[in-house]
Design a protein around this ligand. Structure first.
Ligand code: DGJ
Length: 729
């Protein structure tokens, strides 16, 4: 049994982890443990210090040491409720205007299989592979009921959490915050890792010691954002890739989110994660419920690599869906950086022809194929083909591409709209803007109101028609701005703050419909690169364009940060032209391919501009990628260096049976009079004997892990290398 209850203590057990909690004598729901399987009930760690200015709940009578301000709580109303002044996981305004929720344990239910959340993405699995625990907490005065949901996946070492809140009273209640995760950790010396960035530089890893007070990583942009990612790591000081304790949490949500960590007066940690309360409120009429998105949790006693492996597996196998979830993906050529908006049928055909001769599987037609779309200033929303550019229409072009033996894919930006478009002239009321105010433009464009059912119906009709009419096997679903000016004519003034979440529900509903109806189409998520790279989008799109930055050097940093949670198969990555369009940097074709291979591989340049020698190299790269694709997608991914510190980015893919290892990487700065670089491998069988395909040398697993392997002698900056090892014995 993954879930058991003994003497009032709830045990959630996975292969290597244990989660414990209990209701205490006052019905306060206490968090006891998340970590190694101790074989023990961990309530002996609870302490009841007499801390000044830490109030006592009335039920505790004169026990001044019993304070919710000092106890580890499982789901805290905080913010002063019940005397707990730490960060809240849930807050609401009751019918009488007060904001207190005094949550007490009511009952629990254990169910077979994993719960689902209506309208929201969630980890899915066979009934036999998971169990669900529901814990009901209740505030008896406001009649607000909170249901804590736990999905336990023992083999995956994963626990998922979600929350629903139900108004069981007779008057309305306004929810102001419903975080999906709340976790109190009383002991330890912690650092946190978050992934910050900007457009063209997403998911930069930052690891810092916790400081007293609140640290936050969040987005109010209507998307998970380039600037912060809805994932977080808590590491005990000294935790490395292969040792030490760490906890990871990934929010399965694509809208504005908030992760907060508070280090309190007693050096205790509280972590909360969920929809960003700054752009959220939800009115619950009597009898109504609200469902928060899911958080995926795991922890490891053996460092960050093992933790990453667990997230990679669960996201790849139990979040991604559809035909391409586990199968090999087509190597693609995308015309964006080759042509931008300046193309016609002939140009695209020429690029495709060349690509097909080099073994590339699919031609993706990017932005600019529709409406009056010769720049990003107009046309968005008019999804009829631009006959000036494509005289044979989408049908004509796709047929020609298919005749070359290639698949055909296309770019959509369903959520965006130009003011200079037929759609805007016809339906100005469909855009997000506040009456009597001018909207903020970004990339000259506005955003459609996806909380409006009529808009969703229109988008479904428009895009399903295109997908039905033409032989399209791939869609790049882009979204090119952050959202502000939140307002919808669909809701009364008192409910306007529901809109950001309703937008995401609309987006998910649309994606669900389209991906179900077109299961053979590969959907790639995108938001100006990786501005919506999150577990929520992966439920619909098994790959996401990782960044608009295709510079191989900078990409190693972006992909390093991305790798902590997201599997390689989800990371869209292309070889582009040099000088690179984002940085002006020149790197070799070899380096560009090595970096792009650590992802869903493709090209994004005019192959006709390459020399014959380069073309030959491309065709070898495509063949090499196809040879290694299974290993790259399904193997265990290891970060063998820290690019911020080591003057190199080195990573490895190892087959689960540990018989095959592909090491790839880039050494950044060439140095004169220096030793060859060395990396230590991880996860090998110590007794195994491994041979390098490149130089025939053999090594024991122990030697490769302790002594390491020398990288080939490197010349020039940003030089790539590859070492392929196979187990002999
Ligand atoms: C942003 C994407 O990230 C790019 O790859 C490209 O598709 C452009 N949008 C097109 O407008």
């Amino acid at each position: 049994m993954a879930i058991s209850v003994e003497n009032g203590v709830f045990h959630l057990e996975t292969a290597n982890t244990l989660y414990q909690m209990k209701a205490d004598r006052f019905g306060v729901f206490i968090h006891l443990w998340y970590g190694a399987k101790t074989g023990h009930t961990m309530d002996y760690l609870l302490d009841y210090p007499d801390v000044g200015f830490s109030g006592n709940i009335y039920e505790a009578e004169n026990q001044r040491t019993y304070s919710l301000n000092t106890l580890p709580l499982e789901y805290a109303a905080g913010g002063g409720c019940d005397g707990d002044f730490r960060i809240p996981a849930v807050s609401a305004t009751n019918a009488d205007g007060s904001s207190v929720l005094a949550l007490r344990f009511q009952e629990y239910r254990v169910k077979k299989g994993k719960y689902k959340i209506d309208g929201l993405p969630a980890v899915y699995t066979d009934e036999a592979e998971a169990e669900t625990l529901e814990i009901i907490l209740r505030d008896d005065i406001s009649n607000v009921e909170v249901c804590l949901l736990y999905g336990v996946l023992p083999q995956a070492d994963i626990i998922t959490r979600s929350v629903s809140v139900t108004n069981k009273g007779n008057e309305k209640v306004v929810l102001e915050r419903v975080h999906s995760l709340c976790m109190d950790i009383p002991y330890g010396d912690w650092e946190w890792v978050h992934f910050h960035g900007k457009h063209t530089m997403e998911r930069q890893m930052e690891r810092t010691a916790l400081v007293h007070g609140i640290q936050e990583s969040s987005s109010t942009r209507g998307a998970s954002s380039h600037q912060q990612n809805p994932t977080v790591l808590l590491c005990e000081k000294g935790c490395t890739e292969t040792s030490g304790f760490c906890i990871g949490a990934a929010l399965m949500y694509s809208g504005g989110f908030q992760t907060q960590i508070e280090l309190d007066q007693l050096d205790q940690v509280r972590l909360v994660m969920g929809i960003n309360p700054d752009t959220f409120a939800w009115m619950l009429e009597p009898g109504e419920s609200f469902y928060a998105p899911e958080v995926v949790l795991s922890c490891s006693e053996h460092g960050l690599a093992e933790l990453s492996h667990r997230f990679h597996r669960i996201l790849r196998e139990n979040v991604c869906r559809g035909k391409y979830k586990l199968s090999e993906r087509p190597v693609l050529i995308n015309n964006w950086e080759a042509t931008y908006f300046a193309f016609d049928e002939k140009k695209i055909e020429k690029i495709a022809k060349q690509a097909s001769q080099l073994g590339i599987d699919m031609m993706v037609l990017d932005d600019g194929w529709f409406g009056k779309r010769d720049s990003d200033m107009s046309g968005l929303g008019d999804w009829a083909v631009n006959r000036t550019k494509l005289s044979g229409g989408l049908g004509g072009l796709s047929e020609k591409i298919n005749q070359m033996g290639m698949k055909f894919g296309i770019w959509f930006e369903p959520e965006g709209i130009s003011e200079d478009s037929e759609l805007y002239r016809k339906h100005p009321e469909w855009v997000i803007r506040i009456p009597r105010r001018n909207p903020v433009r970004s990339r000259y464009q506005l955003v459609l109101d996806l909380s409006n059912d009529a808009v969703i119906e229109y988008l479904y009709y428009t895009f399903s028609k295109i997908l039905r009419e033409y032989h399209i096997e791939y869609v790049k679903w882009d979204m090119n701005r952050s959202i502000c000016d939140w307002y919808t004519a669909e809701l009364p003034p008192s409910r306007q703050k529901e809109m950001p979440h309703r937008y995401i529900l609309g987006l998910y509903a649309l994606l669900e419909r389209l991906t179900n109806e077109f299961p053979n189409v590969l959907f790639e998520g995108c938001s100006g690169g990786g501005g919506r790279f999150d577990a929520g989008m992966l439920y619909y799109c098994p790959q996401i364009w990782c960044s608009d930055n295709t510079d191989a050097h900078e990409r190693t940093f972006i992909q390093y940060g991305t790798s902590f949670f997201y599997p390689t198969s989800t990371v869209g990555s292309h070889v582009s032209a040099v000088p690179n369009h984002q940085t002006g940097r020149i790197t070799s074709l070899k380096t560009r391919a090595a970096v792009a291979m650590a992802g869903s591989f493709g090209y994004e340049l005019d192959l006709n501009q390459l020399s014959d020698k380069e073309k030959e190299e491309v065709s070898k790269q495509v063949a090499a990628y196809k040879r290694y694709q299974k290993l790259i997608y399904n193997g265990l991914y290891y970060r063998l260096s820290n690019p911020y510190k080591d003057n190199m980015a080195v990573w490895a893919f190892m087959s689960e049976n540990r018989n095959e290892i592909l090491i790839q990487g880039v050494v950044f700065r060439a140095r004169s009079n220096s030793l060859r670089k060395r990396v230590r491998l991880m996860g090998l069988d110590l007794e195994g004997l491994y041979q390098s395909e490149q130089d025939g040398c053999t090594y024991t697993g122990q030697a490769l892990m302790s002594g390491g392997i020398l990288l080939p002698r490197i010349e020039g900056d940003d030089a790539a290398f590859e070492i392929h090892l196979e187990r002999m014995l």
